[in-house]
Design a protein around this ligand. Sequence first.
Ligand SMILES: Nc1nc2c(ncn2[C@@H]2O[C@H](COP(=O)(O)OP(=O)(O)OP(=O)(O)O)[C@@H](O)[C@H]2O)c(=O)[nH]1
Length: 539
Amino acid sequence: MRPVSSIFFSFKFKITTLVIALVLFAGIGSGGISLLIAESELRQVIARLELSLLNGAAVFIDNDLQNKRQLLKSLTEEIAVHGVALGQVQGLLENHESLREAFFNVNAFDLDGNLVASLHDRRAKWVNIAERKYFQDTIRLQEGVISAPFKSTLSGQPVVVLTQPLRDNDGKLVGILLGAIDLLRPSFSAQLDALRAGADGYLFIVTDGGVTVHHPDKNRILEKSDDQPGTLVEAALRSPEGWEDGILDDGVPVLLVHKHLREADWTIGLSYPVRSAFSSMLNVRLRALLGAAILTCVAGLFGWAITKDLLRPLRRLHRHVEDISAGRAHINVFDVARKDEFGHLSRAFYALSQRREQAEVELHRLATTDVLTGLNNRRMFDSFLPQALARAARSGQPVGLAILDIDHFKAINDTLGHPAGDQVLVEFARRLTGAVRTTDTVARLAGDEFVIVFEQLSSANEMDVLGEKILAAMRAPFSLGTQLREVQTSVGIAVTINATATAEEVMRAADQALYGVKAAGRNGYAVNPVGAERVVRVR
Ligand SMILES: Nc1nc2c(ncn2[C@@H]2O[C@H](COP(=O)(O)OP(=O)(O)OP(=O)(O)O)[C@@H](O)[C@H]2O)c(=O)[nH]1
């Protein structure tokens, strides 16, 4: 089993990682951009939805204020037309039931600011509003205004008041009519609370001066809001109508949608926590992320499977190299017909292996061949003789070894020159090879010394015939340039008569035989069976 670490270094792992990385890159790139575009679109859609909700609320309040204002105005017109005196206004108020529904209270004041009539409490006479800004503004402008929110001295409730100038039938200003709206009264606040966005969004209203007119937390009504930069109220009052996200409301990032009212200097705003407002977007993001993760896993698996399949020829190539190294296959397995890169690589291996094989053959030939004569050299002979003896031991056939030494070769060199000596050696080798069978092995040991290993002999007596054959092959004169020269040789022959003879013993026996021939005057042969006490039959 392969160690786990080797998997990380494998080409397959790297390619698969690359595939996954590319898929991720492409997925995150295209998916991310699409998601960003989709999110931006979705953000706009959600914000526009909230804006339309807010517009609805703004229209509701504007209409409500307008209706109330209109109600007061028609009452003041009725007073003017009928020339109702201030003292009779109380009765007139009490006759208009619709006032009770529209207003928390309706009061009439004379030009000094003294209360002259009160819808809910006809005995309340002590109130004077001459110092109030809305009173002064109404007198000065001679038209109705909406006051800033304040705590009513009559009811103790947070209120805003709508005013209308009161005139007699000559059109002369005689006082003001004032309708109070209780900011806590369900008819005003409950409907706004009901219009809130989602579970945790809410509507609020602030005056241009930053005083809260409406808020789900009733304790905040009449509070002057913190209008520090970055706060909700500051953003609602200072930025252009519309929406923006990332505004902090009590530390929570919210989507703020806001709009200035038509009928009053109020801004209505909607605060909606970003997390809830864009929760559908978060869902989309989560699903996209999940989709990308699944896609990456699938791509990874596919990448792995495809890479494994693509790299199969490489594994086969690797197996071939191992088989060839172990001697289980021949380099021919590299000679494939595939047209792809693996085919090119395999054939390149084949060509390389062929060249290496040829070089090895050539190297072996050079290492085992005598350069001058082309015969086997000493090195070849040294490894060959023990193998021949082993073969003979197995077959039970005798092995013969002849050692040959050209007689007086030095004299040939000395008289005819070294090149002529070489010629003699080459011709001697040629005749020797021609004189023996193809199963016999001829080698040149050194100088003018040659050997022949005779195998597959039918009997030891055959060596006599062979010795004679060698001498006979050398009898014809050697042609050296323009002249002919007699060349003779002495041949010492050893023949194995037992299967356990070693190469040294055989060599020694052949040497002894050669010595015997030399001692007997050269140009002859002698046969010496391995293990015999002395050379026999010198011829
Ligand atoms: N031309 C030639 N001469 C060689 C080569 N190798 C060895 N010789 C010479 O062969 C001669 C061998 O001489 P020996 O075998 O010692 O003497 P010999 O004259 O043959 O004497 P006997 O063997 O006793 O008959 C030496 O003179 C070597 O220099 C070779 O490759 N070419």
